[in-house]
Design a protein around this ligand. Structure first.
Ligand code: ZN
Ligand code: ZN
Length: 580
C-alpha cells in the first residue's frame, strides 16, 4: 500500500466531518474533524513520522479521537468510522451541496425524512410539494430549491483539466489488473485537452464486456457503476465526477476511441467526408458500403476512411479534416527554454539559484527570471534597488548553472493609463519585459483596450502577460478589443504569452487562430512561482496545440542565440526610439 500523504488524510477527515454534519445535531463533533483536517494540512513535519513518534495529539487541532483516526488512516488507508458513515448514505448525497442555500444540515433532514439522496430525487420531491411540508423548509424554500436545482444542473460537474486527467489516469490504472481487458484509453474532452471538462470517458477493448463490467463492479472501481446501454456503463467517483466506460471489441477499438473522443461536431464532419468514400462510423465499428471493417487503432479508422489524421486536441470542429497533411503541433520537448519565472525576491517560493538549477535539470538552454514590479506590492514587487540586488545575485550564479543561459527580466504592471511600472532607464537594464495587468480589472472595454495598446507601444515591452487575467471557473477575464490588441502586438513584435498555469490557460486557445493571422508570435510561459510550477509548461503546450500552433510559431522553441539576438535588437530599437 502506498502511504497516504497529508493532503489525502485531510480530505478524508473533511469527508468524515461532512457526514457527521448530515446526522449529528451537535456541531462540535463535525468541527473537531474539520479542525483536524486543517491542522494536518498545515503540518510542516512529515505526518507519518509525527504519528510514529506518538506526538500527533500534541499538535494543536488534533485531539484523541481525531488522532486515532489519523493513525488508522495512515496504517490502513481508510477508517472503520468513515466506512460506516459512507454505508449510511447514497453515493450522490454530496451532489446536493451544489444546490445553492442547501447546507449539510438540510441535506441530512431531506435524507432522513424523505430518503432523498441525489438531485433527481430532490427534484421529484420538490415538484410533489413534499419539501414545503417539512419542518424548517416551507413553500418558499421549496421554490428556491427548484430554482437551485436548475442552477446545479447547469454547472454540474465542471472541473479543470488536470483534475480530470488525474481521475482518468487513476481509473485507467485500476483497470490494468482486470482480466479480459486488452486495452484502455482515455477519450472525451480530456483527450481533446479542453480546459474545463464535465466527465471522464474511458474506452475499453474487450471480447467479454459483461464479465469485465462485473469485475469492475466487484472491485468498486467507481461508485454505482451500471450499464446504460449495450456498450456503455456509467459510474461516479468519490469526488462526484461522472465516469463513462465505452466497451468495444478489440477489432473496433480505433473506431470506438474516435467516437468517444468526439467532439460531436468533429465526428459529424468526419462522417460527411468519409461518406464520400463509402465509409461510415457506427456504434459497432467502421463500415464500408454496409460491410464491417476492422479498425484496431484510431489511425486505421482515419486511413481506411481516406482521411488525414487529426490530433485529438484539434477535434473541436472539422476544419483540420480539410488539411492534406497532418498538422505538426508543438510538443513539450520542442521548448528549449522559458520565461516568466518568479523567485523569492517577489512572491515565488524558491530562490533564484533553486529556480535556475531546476531549469538546468530540465535541460533548458535558457531561462528568463521575471519578478513583480513595485506596484504589485501585495506580491512583494521589486524596487529599483532590489532589482539591482537581484541582478547581482543572478550574475553570481551564472557560472554555477552554466551552460544554462539566464535572462534578466521583470513582470511589470501595466498601470491604469497603460504606462509601465518602471522608468525607461531601469527597463533598459533588463533583457526582457513582460507587461501584465494586475489591477483595475473592471475597466470598460474601450478604456482597457487603450490601456493595453499603450503598454504595447512601450518599446521595452517584449511580452504581454496573461492576456485576460481570467481564472478558470472562478473569475472572468477583463474585456478588450482583441482585434486591435492582436494587430498592435503583431505590428510591434510583442509576443503574447500562453500562460500555462492550469487555472489561467490564458491566452484562450480559441483566440490563437485570429492572433496568428494578425502576425502575433507566442511564447509558452509557466508563470512559475515554485520549481514544481515549471510543470505548467505542459498545460501551456496543450493550449498551443489546441490552438493549432507548430514549433516555428513559438518563440521559446528557438535556440538561445536567436533569443539573445532578438532581445538585443529590440533593446537597440528601444534606445533609438523617439520617447518624448
Ligand atoms: Zn501576473
Ligand atoms: Zn507572474
Amino acid at each position: 500500500m502506498i502511504a497516504m500523504d497529508k493532503w489525502q488524510v485531510a480530505r478524508l477527515l473533511e469527508e468524515i466531518s461532512r457526514y457527521i454534519e448530515l446526522s449529528e445535531p451537535n456541531p462540535f463533533k463535525a468541527r473537531a474533524f474539520e479542525r483536524a483536517a486543517r491542522a494536518v494540512e498545515g503540518l510542516e513535519t512529515d505526518l507519518a513520522k509525527l504519528a510514529k513518534s506518538g506526538e500527533l495529539t500534541k499538535t494543536s487541532g488534533i485531539g484523541k479521537a481525531t488522532g486515532a483516526i489519523i493513525e488508522e488512516l495512515l496504517q490502513t488507508g481508510t477508517s472503520k468510522y468513515l466506512e460506516e458513515l459512507r454505508a449510511q448514505y447514497p453515493p450522490g448525497i454530496f451532489e446536493l451541496l451544489r444546490v445553492p442555500k442547501l447546507g449539510l444540515k438540510k441535506i441530512g433532514i431531506l435524507h432522513s425524512e424523505l430518503g432523498i439522496g441525489n438531485l433527481d430525487e430532490l427534484e421529484a420531491a420538490a415538484r410533489e410539494g413534499k419539501l414545503a411540508k417539512l419542518k424548517g423548509f416551507g413553500a418558499k424554500t421549496q421554490e428556491m430549491v427548484l430554482a437551485g436545482i436548475k442552477f446545479a444542473r447547469q454547472r454540474e460537474s465542471r472541473f479543470l483539466l488536470p483534475t480530470g486527467i488525474e481521475v482518468a489516469e487513476s481509473v485507467r490504472e485500476q483497470l490494468a489488473g482486470i482480466a479480459g481487458i486488452e486495452d484502455a484509453e482515455i477519450a472525451g474532452s480530456i483527450r481533446r485537452r479542453l480546459e474545463v471538462v464535465q466527465n471522464v470517458n474511458i474506452v475499453i477493448a474487450t471480447k467479454s464486456t459483461e464479465k469485465v463490467l462485473a469485475a469492475m463492479q466487484k472491485r468498486g472501481i467507481v461508485e454505482g457503476l451500471e450499464s446504460i446501454d449495450e456498450r456503455t456503463a456509467k459510474g461516479m467517483t468519490r469526488g462526484d465526477i461522472v465516469v463513462l466506460f465505452h466497451f468495444a471489441a478489440p477489432d473496433d477499438f480505433g473506431t470506438a476511441l474516435l467516437r468517444a473522443t468526439g467532439s460531436t461536431e468533429f465526428i459529424d464532419a468526419f462522417n460527411t467526408r468519409a461518406a464520400k468514400n463509402g465509409y461510415e462510423l457506427r456504434e459497432d465499428g467502421l463500415h464500408h458500403n454496409g460491410r464491417h471493417v476492422k479498425t484496431p487503432t484510431e489511425e486505421d479508422a482515419f486511413e481506411k476512411a481516406g482521411l488525414t489524421f487529426v490530433d485529438p486536441e484539434r477535434r473541436e470542429d472539422g476544419s483540420d479534416l480539410a488539411l492534406k497533411k497532418r498538422r505538426k503541433l508543438v510538443e513539450l520537448h520542442d521548448l528549449r527554454g522559458t520565461f516568466h519565472v518568479h523567485t523569492t525576491f517577489s512572491d515565488g517560493r524558491n530562490s533564484v539559484l533553486e529556480m535556475l538549477s531546476a531549469a538546468r535539470e530540465r535541460d533548458f538552454d535558457y531561462v528568463g527570471l521575471s519578478d513583480h514590479s513595485p506596484t504589485a506590492s501585495y506580491a512583494g514587487g521589486l524596487s529599483v534597488e532590489r532589482l539591482k540586488e537581484q541582478h547581482a545575485e543572478i550574475d553570481s550564479h551564472r557560472e554555477t548553472v552554466a551552460p544554462l543561459r539566464v535572462f534578466r527580466g521583470t513582470e511589470a504592471d501595466i498601470l491604469g493609463d497603460g504606462s509601465i511600472d518602471y522608468d525607461d532607464k531601469t527597463l533598459a537594464k533588463l533583457d526582457f519585459v513582460i507587461a501584465s495587468v494586475h489591477s483595475k480589472f473592471n475597466m470598460p472595454k474601450d478604456e482597457m483596450t487603450e490601456r493595453i495598446l499603450n503598454a504595447l507601444d512601450n518599446p521595452y515591452v517584449t511580452f504581454l502577460g496573461h492576456l485576460t487575467g481570467r481564472l478558470l471557473l472562478s473569475r472572468e477575464g477583463y474585456t478588450m478589443d482583441y482585434e486591435r490588441v492582436f494587430e498592435k502586438a503583431g505590428a510591434r513584435g510583442v509576443m503574447i504569452e500562453i500562460n500555462g498555469n492550469p487555472n489561467r490557460l490564458d491566452l484562450d486557445w480559441r483566440h490563437v487562430k485570429r492572433a496568428l493571422a494578425l502576425g502575433v508570435r507566442f511564447s509558452i510561459n509557466p508563470d512559475a512561482h515554485s520549481i514544481r510550477e515549471y510543470g505548467a509548461l505542459l498545460t501551456g503546450t496543450w493550449v498551443a496545440r489546441k490552438g493549432g500552433l507548430s514549433p516555428k510559431e513559438i518563440f521559446n522553441t528557438q535556440p538561445v542565440d536567436a533569443i539573445e539576438a532578438y532581445f538585443a535588437a529590440r533593446k537597440e530599437a528601444a534606445r533609438n526610439a523617439d520617447r518624448r
